[in-house]
Design a protein around this ligand. Structure first.
Ligand SMILES: Nc1nc2c(c(=O)[nH]1)N[C@H]1C(S)=C(S)[C@@H](COP(=O)(O)O)O[C@H]1N2
Ligand SMILES: [Mo]
Length: 532
């Protein structure tokens, strides 16, 4: 028989979670995920910063992103692309965490298990990264996942247990646990960051202790006339802090120079060799000004810089190891450099050994390489885009063939071989500038590394080409400044620039995209000259 309710009043047995409970449950998911990430972050400081879950998952995403999407990301976000990626991952995790919190309210154990599963996912990503040092890399994600799972289990427990003496969920208990664990995790992570990673301390110390040798072959002094006195032009030497940075590393590798080794091996190597930094520093050193450019640089783009590099000749080391270029009958036509973070960069052996200043560099503008630019040692080869020559954080060099091996970017749609294309850029006036009528200095840089710049021309609207005044040439491997004093008349004008390289070839007018082997075409800026 059904009990008939006769007395009016509050329902003594709540039918299920209220809206507030569900809100709190979702919050519980968020707090658990946050604490899990903070704990994993802290743990990664002891294991290896690269082994943190966001970095590991992010790296996996980077490696699997279709090239076109990556190109778009670089265009849309520039050098902030990595930050945007990590924020995206965190946002996605936050949404999932809200859902998992709600799930836990129905199936407490399942919700906790879901948090643990994300920990497992991070762990798998960490140990399968190309730079993964050991299974220890799984630890940060596993510890974070376990702590997060436990916390969600406890938090949901509060919501499912009536507060003593009442029929309502223990919201107070929930909030106390959520707030204390959230605060504790924030504090611990902050202290961890302030103290710094113990595994990175040696790297910083080793860089500070490094004394660069005097160059055996010093770079000729930069000619006085190489730097034009025009406000707004790119300085001839790009300061390290302004030098563009392009790489796939979500955490900049910090290598202890005392433990660094370079292994040289492969086809045509008489005897496999491993060299230390000390051994490199003891060799004859070469200092050269070389302009580095990225294949992802659009016409007029910023991914180019000029620095004074100090290093040793790579060709000499290779010869000592028995390597001969293809033109001398050597079996290997491709040199594959591998970095500590698993990047692979394929360079023609012929280019490295044809007499140009292909360097294993350890100095940049008078200081040891900054960590972001490859400390302790990177490659620099004049005339080739960075992705086919300039391996940072280099760990090994393998002699092989282009037929036998595709380096990182090749299966992603980029050319296996990519000499730098001639480009010229107007630095000033800026696009959409509003200069006053009168003489306006139109100026910028042009580059065609290893061929040199012979001529730069400027055109106003559809008028004739004017030869710009070229700054003194430092070397064929560096960019060259130019300036054209323009008698600017009021109104809208389009300024166009084109350069001719040392072989006499002039930049073609038609623009192409960066893929597969670098952008080309003339660069223009539109300006409006103000009347008097
Ligand atoms: N280990 C490693 N080396 C790398 C890269 C990378 O992603 N990883 N990117 C290359 C690319 S695409 C360029 S253009 C240059 C950029 O060097 P920079 O960051 O010092 O300017 O480094 C090259 N070396
Ligand atoms: Mo690049």
């Amino acid at each position: 028989m059904n009990a008939t309710r006769t007395a009016p009043g509050p329902d003594p047995a709540p039918a299920g979670p209220t809206r507030t409970d569900r809100l709190l449950a979702a919050l519980g998911g968020l707090v658990s995920a946050y604490v899990a990430l903070a704990v994993a972050d802290l743990a990664s400081f002891w294991v290896r910063p690269e082994a943190g879950p966001v970095v590991a998952v992010g790296g996996t995403v980077v490696d699997r992103t279709p090239a076109a999407l990556k190109e778009w990301a670089i265009r849309a976000f520039g050098e902030n692309d990595k930050t945007v990626l990590q924020l995206g991952i965190l946002l996605l995790l936050a949404l999932l965490a809200l859902g998992i919190g709600l799930l836990a309210l129905r199936h407490r154990a399942l919700g906790a298990a879901a948090v643990g599963a994300f920990g497992l996912l991070g762990a798998v990503a960490a140990v399968t990264r190309p730079d993964s040092a050991s299974v220890l890399d799984a630890v940060p994600s596993l510890v974070g996942g376990a702590v997060g799972a436990l916390l969600l289990y406890v938090l949901t427990g509060r919501l499912l247990t009536p507060r003593p003496g009442t029929a309502r969920a223990d919201r107070r208990g929930f909030l106390i646990v959520a707030a204390t664990t959230g605060l504790a995790a924030t504090g611990a992570a902050a202290i961890g960051r302030a103290v710094g990673s113990p595994v990175q301390e040696n790297a910083t110390a080793s860089r500070e202790a490094l004394r660069l040798p005097r160059p055996t072959s010093a770079a000729p002094a930069v000619p006085a006339g190489a730097q034009l006195d025009v406000p707004g032009i790119s300085p001839f030497v790009t300061p390290n802090r302004d030098f563009y940075r392009v790489d796939t590393a979500l955490v900049v590798p910090r290598i202890d120079a005392d433990r660094w080794r370079l292994r040289i091996h492969g086809s045509g190597v008489r005897e496999e060799r491993t060299v230390t930094l000390r051994e490199l520093l003891a060799r004859p050193t070469v200092e050269r000004d070389i302009t580095l450019a990225c294949v992802s640089n659009e016409v007029g783009g910023p991914y180019v810089g000029n620095a004074r590099w100090l290093g040793v000749r790579l060709a000499d080391l290779l010869r000592e190891a028995g390597v001969r270029p293809p033109s001398e009958g050597g079996p290997a036509d491709q040199l594959v450099a591998r970095s500590v973070d698993g990047m692979t960069i394929g360079t023609p052996v012929e280019a490295v050994m044809d007499g140009r200043d292909a360097l294993l560099a350890f100095g940049m503008n008078g200081e040891p390489l900054p960590f972001a630019h490859g400390f302790p040692v990177r490659m620099v080869v004049p005339g080739l885009y960075g992705y086919v020559s300039a391996c940072k954080w280099i760990a090994s060099i393998e002699l092989t063939t282009f037929d036998a091996y595709d380096a990182y970017w090749v299966p992603r749609g980029w050319a296996a071989q990519a000499p730098v294309k001639t480009q010229s850029r107007i630095d000033t006036p800026r696009p959409f500038a509003r200069p006053a009528a009168g003489t306006v200095m139109v100026a910028g840089v042009a580059w065609a590394q290893h061929r040199g710049i012979r001529r730069v021309q400027v055109r106003i609207d559809d008028g004739p080409w004017h030869d710009a005044r070229l700054a003194a040439e430092d070397s064929a491997d560096t960019w060259r400044q130019w300036v054209h004093p323009w008698a600017a008349t009021p109104g809208r004008h389009t300024l166009t620039v084109r350069a001719t390289d040392g072989t006499g070839a002039t930049q073609p007018e038609e623009r192409t995209g960066t893929m597969p082997d670098g952008a080309q075409g003339w660069y223009s800026v539109d300006v409006t000259v103000e009347g008097p």
